[in-house]
Design a protein around this ligand. Structure first.
Ligand SMILES: [Fe+2]
Ligand SMILES: [Fe+2]
Length: 199
């Protein structure tokens, strides 16, 4: 846990009790996970639509759309295989709070950096939660299932950081990333207190 936390730079680990909760309500966790993958795919499409002339971004994110949609289908398969149903999408407090921190006005460069960094954070947090599930669930099949997602989301996290550094000076991205990490730690703190889960 400590190693991964350091790699991704997250300031606060997920509450360990979350795994037991997740195991108790598999349908809910799979439903939330399914929408999380779906949103990851649509977010990449949105970025491509917003920044069509940023060639590296378009080229790098196009295959990620396919990959995230593939993840959605894998989760859906698990849901149906188990005789469960895909529930409704819940309001995503975590993602909404992250969006609040994004630079709204100013130059395109700053806005692009923030959008890429917020997606990097979402990937990092998903990765951290999948790691926890891959270690904490009692079902070996599900542990394996989440291990694969964990590796994939870690790669996406790295890609979003790389893209940010493609379009803005490295030092500026690093400095802003630190602000994002601090801000996200605050969100996690408030969500843990309220007992919400982020995905
Ligand atoms: Fe994914
Ligand atoms: Fe991802």
């Amino acid at each position: 846990m400590e190693a991964l936390k350091n790699i991704l730079g997250l300031q606060l680990p997920t509450d360990p009790r979350w795994v037991n909760l997740a195991e108790m309500e598999l349908q809910e966790i799979l439903t939330d996970h399914a929408y999380c993958e779906q949103k990851a795919a649509t977010s990449c499409i949105t970025l491509i639509q917003r920044y069509p002339t940023r060639e590296v971004l378009v080229k790098e994110l196009s295959p990620i759309v396919t990959e995230e949609w593939g993840h959605f289908r894998l989760v859906l398969q698990e849901i149906y295989k188990r005789g469960l149903t895909l529930g409704n999408q819940r309001k995503d407090v975590y993602v909404n709070k992250l969006k609040d921190f994004e630079q709204k006005g100013g130059g395109e460069e700053g806005r692009l950096t923030d959008q890429l960094l917020s997606f990097a954070l979402i990937e990092a947090r998903s990765c951290e939660r999948f790691k926890r599930l891959s270690e904490g669930l009692s079902d070996e099949y599900m542990r394996q299932f989440y291990r694969r997602f964990m590796e994939s989301e870690a790669g996406h996290y790295a890609l979003f950081i790389e893209l940010a550094e493609t379009y803005a000076p490295k030092e500026a991205v690093r400095a802003r990333w630190q602000q994002w990490l601090d801000y996200e730690a605050g969100i996690m703190e408030s969500l843990e207190i309220r007992g919400d889960r982020i995905h």
